[in-house]
Ligand binder design. Structure first.
Ligand SMILES: *[C@@H]1O[C@H](CO)[C@@H](O)[C@H](O)[C@H]1NC(C)=O
Ligand SMILES: *[C@@H]1O[C@H](CO)[C@@H](O)[C@H](O)[C@H]1NC(C)=O
Ligand SMILES: *[C@@H]1O[C@H](CO)[C@@H](O)[C@H](O)[C@H]1NC(C)=O
Ligand SMILES: *[C@@H]1O[C@H](CO)[C@@H](O)[C@H](O)[C@H]1NC(C)=O
Length: 498
């Protein structure tokens, strides 16, 4: 019954906020608020190439795809990718072409610190990111920097990677270098991109680096370190940089909207568990009380005991850690693409994250699809997710740090246009009708790039890159002019609101 009472309060609060928002926006539901950041995103390993040039160190993706070409589609890898290490000026031209006011990109840790540690600082890597940041600012584009988008220096994986608690100190020292070097110009930082997926690299072998097969254990240890690392970096910024640099520090989480297959208690509880295990595992400690959601704590502890273990597979935070973790974000980033249906039930082996959730996930085959098996086009789920987050984590503004559509690379990409049109309409309804506080939207991605283990076949770009060509030119797709109109007009066409 508590659930229903909360839902009623949420509805009342949303109605009140919607009234205020409607007044503020004079009822223009199709318009973005003033100052709203509209841009596109990328990640270092997916675009830079130059994997061993000018002093860059090896990272876990270089290592995995060189050792195991069979893990990637056609044995492809990021050795060359879009060659953004040399062609970043063309990336900035592409961003100007769509009228972007922000660019979310990541710094390759092993390009600036080849060993992951401060014993070697690679000036060529620092110069590269200075050049990008300066060129963006000259063109009126706000840099939004991801410190860690999955590409751990291999030297740090040799000592265990994220399950090693010492990784907190390495990450804090790396972050200090970034604040010292770029913080005079970079005002938007996200620490870690999709820690949920990073953790998957420690729970199975295969597609996600570093491909460590410790299901139900390695993923929680990695999560635990990443939460502490994020929070320590936030406190570092707060204590030593914010007064002079005046920027914002957040984290980019990822989730689908989870739609219960039935509107009954056990299904609604499964939906709640899925959100708490995926988003809440990170967002609850960071944004609410410094600790894991109660349902996660209880289920993993209980399953661990039933397996005859002397300790829970999910570590605990000390009281001191809870104090510095609680409230350690200025905004919450969300990467989201699709909706998934949930129902109560068991899947996955003993032990595993899947089994701990007690949730079965699948998609509705009648929803329109894309060229990615996992990406169904469900725009209404986007609005629901934004509302769920706003309700669960009140007081934290949201930035949509990734959202986009995968196809086979056609230049006349009408399906991508319809995806963006319909998803942006739902975003605007969340802002202007539901009163959700959202500061920006970053489309994934500015150009076709290495879609990790899916290689170069599955394409998310607003610009096409022909990876067999010698010049790797950025060629605008139809969606580039569509997004350019939206970004310049600050308006989504009416037809997408029907
Ligand atoms: C705890 O685990 C046992 C054994 O797996 C299970 O039967 C029981 O339902 C669990 N209890 C809770 C509260 O999750
Ligand atoms: C799947 O989608 C169809 C069409 O929207 C709908 O009728 C059906 O109820 C959905 N099934 C589930 C399990 O959500
Ligand atoms: C490059 O060309 C080869 C041969 O035509 C083709 O099989 C491959 O898919 C192409 N790769 C990309 C990334 O376009
Ligand atoms: C954007 O504005 C231009 C010029 O005012 C107009 O022609 C175009 O239809 C608008 N596009 C969208 C998507 O609103």
């Amino acid at each position: 019954m508590v659930r229903y009472a909360a839902a009623v309060l949420w509805a009342l609060a949303a109605a009140a906020a919607a009234t205020a928002a409607a007044v503020a926006n004079s009822g223009a539901v199709n318009k973005f608020p003033d100052g709203f950041l509209l841009g596109a995103a990328s990640a270092a390993y997916q675009i830079e190439g130059a994997w061993n040039e000018d002093g860059k160190g090896e990272n876990i993706w270089d290592h995995m795809f060189h050792e195991h070409p069979e893990y990637a589609h056609n044995g492809e890898n990021g050795d060359v990718a879009c060659d953004s290490y040399h062609k970043y000026a063309e990336d900035v031209e592409a961003l100007k072409g769509i009228g972007a006011t922000a660019y979310r990109f990541s710094i390759s840790w092993s390009r600036v610190l080849p060993t992951g540690d401060l014993d070697v600082i690679n000036q060529a890597g620092i110069d590269y990111y200075n050049n990008i940041i300066n060129l963006l600012l000259e063109n009126g584009i706000e840099p939004m920097v991801t410190m860690y988008h999955w590409d751990l220096p291999q030297a740090l994986q040799y000592i265990g990677g994220w399950p090693n608690p010492l990784m907190v100190d390495y990450f804090v020292e790396y972050a200090r270098l970034l604040f010292d070097t770029f913080g005079d110009r970079v005002k938007w930082w996200t620490t870690i991109n999709e820690p949920y997926i990073v953790a998957c690299g420690y729970s199975s072998s295969g597609w996600q680096a570093p491909s460590q097969n410790a299901p139900g254990i390695g993923n929680y240890l990695a999560a635990h370190t990443m939460i502490r690392a994020h929070a320590r970096v936030y406190r570092l910024y707060e204590q030593e940089y914010r007064a002079t640099q005046n920027g914002k520090v957040g984290i980019a989480l990822n989730s689908d909207w989870y739609e219960p297959a039935e509107d009954t208690d056990s299904y609604l509880e499964a939906q709640e568990r899925m959100f708490q295990f995926q988003l809440g595992l990170y967002a609850h400690p960071i944004l609410l009380d410094g600790d894991y959601p109660a349902v996660v704590r209880q289920r993993v502890d209980n399953n661990s005991a039933a397996e005859g273990r002397p300790r829970s597979r999910l570590p605990s935070f000390t009281e001191e850690e809870k104090q510095y973790i609680k409230g350690s974000a200025d905004f919450i980033g969300i990467n989201t693409y699709t909706t998934t249906i949930v129902e109560p039930g068991d899947s996955g082996g003993v032990p595993s994250f899947e089994l701990d959730t007690g949730v079965i996930r699948y998609q509705n085959e009648s929803w329109p699809g894309s060229s990615a098996s996992w990406l169904k086009v469900v725009p209404w789920g986007f609005r629901k997710l934004l509302n769920w987050m706003s309700n669960e984590y009140p007081g934290y503004p949201i930035v949509v740090t990734e959202n986009g559509y995968g196809d086979w690379g056609e230049l006349d990409d009408q399906r991508r246009i319809d995806y963006y049109g319909s998803y942006l309409a739902e975003l605007l309804k969340a802002i202007n009708e539901d009163g959700v506080n959202i500061l920006g939207y970053m489309a994934w991605s500015i150009m076709d790039n290495l879609e990790w283990a899916s290689g170069y076949e599955l394409r998310f770009g607003i610009y096409r890159v022909d990876f067999n060509s010698t010049d790797l030119a950025r060629i605008p797709k139809a969606s580039a002019s569509f997004m350019g109109d939206i970004f310049r007009n600050k308006t989504v066409p009416d037809e997408y609101f029907q």
